[in-house]
Design a protein around this ligand. Structure first.
Ligand code: CAA
Length: 248
């Protein structure tokens, strides 16, 4: 049987790395996208993961730039093959209360966390539909569902991402392509390590499981949605948040 090929944007980051390894452990060929300016770090990352996962590759693109994504997608198609699993995972934070949030803090988060999903998915979706199979998984956040003090930019982008999921899911449901969101809560990564300690403590205390999640726990949900036999879930938002936010 032909092996699936997965592209993970932000694949060398905290959650991205766990997703790459989990998909690679399931015999999927994995391409981890990285930001071009971080080439040396990405090459070191590849050396580390290649020991255990020879089926992982890397590809550079600035996901905020449509043309840069186009060039990356063309070279992945030529060098590795057609992508049939896409995980939109690239994301940043620029936390600030709205009254003092600069246009750059707003725009950089919207561009990296939301416009990136358009830039990559728009250039892949037609091919997935023509082949009759595809899995698109958008990594949102609990803060896109409930909002977060200091994150008007991030909460807006992450909420927008699930709107994107629901619309695109309808557009390609009849062609074997599912589109879903995974919404992590507070996960142990570099992003949450930057939070002031008392802020983090009070957040963790509000989580029913009384702990942060692991990137691996997010990766399990992503890998499950990516399975070929998981064909009847589309337009869904799967929370991986320790019970921090519950909805019907
Ligand atoms: N609710 C109410 N008040 C709060 C608050 C909250 N949750 N958090 C902070 N405040 C208060 C502070 O106590 C402070 O009060 P005083 O002025 O009376 O001292 C005031 O708000 C700070 O206001 P500023 O306008 O000075 O704040 P700022 O613009 O410098 O921003 C902050 C502060 C960056 C928002 C900081 O509070 C913070 O880091 N908050 C956490 C944001 C957060 O949870 N980010 C998640 C990052 S991880 C992630 O995003 C991954 C994921 O998907 C979950």
């Amino acid at each position: 049987m032909k092996k699936h090929i997965a592209l993970i944007t932000g694949g060398t980051g905290g959650i991205g790395t766990a997703i790459c390894k989990e998909l690679a452990s399931q015999d999927i060929i994995v391409v981890a996208n990285y930001f071009p300016a971080e080439k040396p770090q990405a090459e070191n990352w590849l050396i580390e993961v290649r020991n255990q996962y020879p089926n992982i590759f890397i590809a550079a693109a600035d996901v905020t730039d449509y043309d840069s994504c186009h060039d990356m997608l063309e070279s992945v198609k030529t060098d590795v093959g057609p992508i049939d699993i896409l995980v939109n995972c690239a994301g940043i934070t620029r936390d600030k209360t709205l009254k003092s949030m600069t246009p750059d803090q707003w725009n950089s988060v919207i561009n990296t966390n939301l416009n990136s999903a358009y830039n990559v998915t728009q250039q892949l979706i037609q091919e997935m539909m023509e082949r009759g199979f595809g899995r698109v998984i958008n990594i949102s956040s609990v803060n896109g569902q409930k909002g977060q003090f200091g994150q008007a930019n991030y909460s807006a982008a992450k909420a927008g991402l699930h709107g994107f999921t629901m619309a695109v899911a309808q557009e390609c449901a009849s062609k074997g392509v599912t589109v879903n969101t995974v919404s992590p809560g507070y996960i142990e990564t570099a992003m949450t390590r930057e939070l002031p300690e008392q802020v983090l403590t009070s957040i963790v205390n509000s989580v029913p499981l009384k702990r942060m999640g692991t990137a691996q726990e997010v990766a399990y949900a992503v890998a499950w949605l990516a399975e070929e036999k998981n064909a009847y879930i589309t337009g869904a938002n799967i929370p991986v948040n320790g019970g921090m936010y519950m909805s019907s």
